[in-house]
Design a protein around this ligand. Sequence first.
Ligand code: NAP
Ligand code: ZN
Length: 348
Amino acid sequence: MSTEVKAYGTASADAPLQEIKINRRALQAHDVEFEILYCGICHSDLHQIKNDFGGTLFPIVPGHEIVGRVTAIGDHVKNFKIGDLAAVGCIVDSCGNCEYCEDGIEQFCDEGVTFSFNSEDKISGGHTLGGFSKTYVCHEKYVLKMPPFKDLAAAAPLLCAGITVYSPLKHWQAGPGKKVGILGIGGLGHLAIKIAKAMGAEVVVFTTSPSKVEDAKRLGADEAVLSSDAETMAKYARQLHFIIDTVSAKHDVNVYLNLLRHDGTVVLVGLPPEPLEVASFNVVIGRRSFAGSNIGGIAETQEMLDFCFEHNITAESEIISIQQVNHAFERLEKGDVKYRFVIDMASL
Ligand code: NAP
Ligand code: ZN
């Protein structure tokens, strides 16, 4: 029998989130149930509740940076026991058989990956409901082992923001001798600074916010540039090996393509709802690339958690109660957060 639990959600893009009741499925043989302790707030939650991309499945319960403690396990669960820490990020199901799943990049599953919220739920029907809730139930294959971070709340944002920047940093080989640009210092961007530095890269940050220039250095950046300062920007022309672009709204990527060395790449992870324009000469000259990257697979997410634990990397977090969540979304929309809201789910 399914279990009814409290959650926070909304039935339309115009209405605020409020307390609702949802059902979590009865445990299947390989399912893990955990009580949610903390859940981060990602800009993707905001895009989806506002229906920025169209196709949001209402009623929506957002939340995909989920950390908790196991409360029940199915009969065949091998990797978790009651009382263990557990975490779920973006992925909760995939076909398991296609070449992408076999390669551990379930996010690109041929049959369509199931995200932790706002996805067709192929097991229970309807759509998946995220971490702004009391509990989560998921096949153990998609449950991460949460290392014993001292500050578990601050580690929650690693489940999406962390893996979304770790994966391209690794893929494009951030490390000693590489000069990496980070564009936009929000939830993703500030973790990208810390992770790229831990990988040994030289890090240059580009921000629209004067208040973040000095702060970026505190976070570990070697250099930080206000992108409206044309004179300083010009000094970075043809300097960078690659740039991670985390900007959530429409912006001119050509400015940044011109900061790349030959064979350099701008990797878009931000999801501006509108198309972005690339001027032909900015990629043709210098054989540059404009690429994208989408979260990371389960094995790589576990690797990232272990890497961040080893390097003492967590998010700079502002802890809120679930009752403050609508105000937090208003602030996130204005860029008024340094650098991630995390909900203490005991407040629900
Ligand atoms: P966030 O905390 O709001 O940070 C976004 C940052 O972008 C802001 O802090 C700001 O940085 C900059 N920015 C915002 N509006 C801008 C504008 N109009 N022009 C220039 N810069 C602007 O958001 P987040 O949670 O880090 O997420 C960032 C984006 O990544 C979102 O679109 C989100 O949906 C997407 N995302 C993608 C994936 C994926 O797998 N690809 C995963 C997670 C999130 P400054 O103040 O420093 O300029
Ligand atoms: Zn996210």
